[in-house]
Design a protein around this ligand. Structure first.
Ligand SMILES: NC(=O)c1ccc[n+]([C@@H]2O[C@H](COP(=O)([O-])OP(=O)(O)OC[C@H]3O[C@@H](n4cnc5c(N)ncnc54)[C@H](OP(=O)(O)O)[C@@H]3O)[C@@H](O)[C@H]2O)c1
Length: 294
C-alpha cells in the first residue's frame, strides 16, 4: 500500500459501515473491497436500539465501522436527548454487541471533546484530558467512553474539520461547499477568526483509518491532516486555491453568536507511532478543489 495514494482494502469477514451515506462513510466505502455492507438510516436507525441490535446480530460482521452521528452542533444544544441517543447510547449498544459477538468496533469522535481549557495553544494528544464545551462534544465524549470501556476490540478515531467529496450526507453540505456556494451567490461571508482547527479531507481519514485496521491498531487515535489555521484562514485558502473572489470578512465568535460554544483551539496530534501521518491540510484541500472542478 505504501506509495499508492488511493489504496483499496479487503478484510476477512463482513465489514458493516453505519452512516454509509455520510461524507466519511462514502469515502470509506469507495476504498473497501470484499464483503462490505453499507448501512444507512433506512437500514439501521440509531435511535431504535432493538432494530440496530437485531440487524447486527443477523449480519454477524467481523468489523463494524460507525460513521453515523448526530452532527448538528448548534441544534444539539436544544436537542440533547437525540444527540445523546445517536452519539452515546447507540455506540454503547454497538460496544455491548462487539463484546458479545466478538467483532472489531471502529468508531469516530471529534476534536469538540476538547475546548474547556480556554488558554490552550498546543495540539491535543490522546492522553490529554478532554473537556467539551457543548452538548454535541459531551455526547460524542460519552460515546467514545462507552466504546472504550465496553468493546474489547475497538478503534476510536478523533478527527477534525471534515470535508468530503460528496458533502456531508447528514448536513447535505460541508464548509468548503458552503463557502463556494456563498461566493457564487455574491453573498457577504463572515467567518470566525478566533477558532483554530485542522481542516481535514475525509478521504485522507478514510485511508488512514483503513490502514490502522489493516495494521491491527487498537485504542484511541487522533487522525487529521497536519498543520492548523483559523476558520477564516480556511475560507481564504478555499477562495485563493479555487481562484475566485469573495466578499469575505473575519468575525469573532462572540459576535457570530452561535448557539453552541466551540473550542477556541482544537488542533489534534497523535502521540502514537502507529498513527498514519496525513499530509498538510492545504495540500489536501488543493487536491479536493482540483478534483471537484474536473
Ligand atoms: N464533519 C466534521 O467536521 C467532523 C469533525 C470531527 C468529527 N466528525 C465525526 O466524524 C464522523 C463522520 O462525520 P461526517 O462528517 O461523515 O458526518 P455526516 O456526513 O453528517 O454523516 C453522518 C451520517 O450519520 C447518519 N445518521 C445521523 N443520524 C442517524 C440515525 N439516527 N440513524 C442512522 N444514521 C444516522 C446520517 O444519515 P442521514 O443522511 O440519513 O441523516 C449520515 O449519513 C462522525 O462521528 C462525526 O461526529 C465529523
Amino acid at each position: 500500500m505504501a506509495g499508492n495514494p488511493d489504496p483499496r482494502f479487503r478484510f476477512a469477514g463482513k465489514v458493516a459501515v453505519l452512516g454509509s451515506g455520510g461524507q466519511l462513510g462514502r469515502e470509506l466505502l469507495g476504498r473497501l473491497e470484499g464483503d462490505v455492507i453499507p448501512l444507512t438510516r433506512r437500514d439501521a436507525d440509531l435511535t431504535d436500539p432493538d432494530a440496530l441490535s437485531q440487524l447486527i446480530r443477523r449480519l454477524k460482521p467481523g468489523i463494524v465501522i460507525n460513521c453515523a452521528a448526530y452532527n448538528f452542533v448548534d441544534k444539539a444544544e436544544s436537542e440533547p436527548q437525540t444527540a445523546f441517543t445517536v452519539n452515546a447510547f447507540a455506540p454503547r449498544i454497538l460496544a455491548l454487541l462487539a463484546r458479545q459477538l466478538g467483532f472489531l468496533l471502529v468508531h469516530f469522535s471529534t476534536d469538540y471533546v476538547f475546548g474547556l481549557d480556554a488558554e490552550r495553544a498546543i495540539p491535543y494528544r490522546e492522553s490529554d484530558a478532554p473537556g467539551p464545551t457543548s452538548v454535541y462534544g459531551t455526547s460524542k465524549l460519552a460515546g467514545e467512553f462507552f466504546v472504550r470501556s465496553l468493546a474489547p476490540e475497538h478503534l476510536v478515531i478523533r478527527t477534525c474539520g471534515l470535508y468530503g467529496r460528496w458533502g456531508a450526507g447528514g448536513k447535505g453540505t460541508n464548509f468548503v461547499e458552503t463557502m463556494l456556494r456563498l461566493a457564487r451567490e455574491n453573498k457577504p461571508i463572515r467567518v470566525v477568526q478566533d477558532q483554530l482547527l485542522t481542516p481535514t479531507a475525509a478521504g485522507d481519514v478514510a485511508v488512514g483509518c483503513l490502514q490502522m485496521i489493516h495494521n491491527g491498531v487498537r485504542g484511541l487515535r487522533h487522525l487529521t491532516n497536519s498543520g492548523q489555521c483559523t476558520w477564516h484562514e480556511f475560507a481564504q485558502a478555499i477562495f485563493e486555491i479555487a481562484g475566485i473572489s469573495a466578499d469575505l470578512s473575519p468575525i469573532d465568535s462572540a459576535s457570530y453568536g452561535a448557539a453552541a460554544r466551540r473550542p477556541a483551539y482544537s488542533v489534534l496530534v497523535s502521540e502514537y507511532k502507529d498513527t498514519p501521518r496525513l499530509r498538510p491540510w492545504r495540500e489536501a484541500l488543493t487536491v479536493y478543489l482540483t478534483e471537484r472542478s474536473c
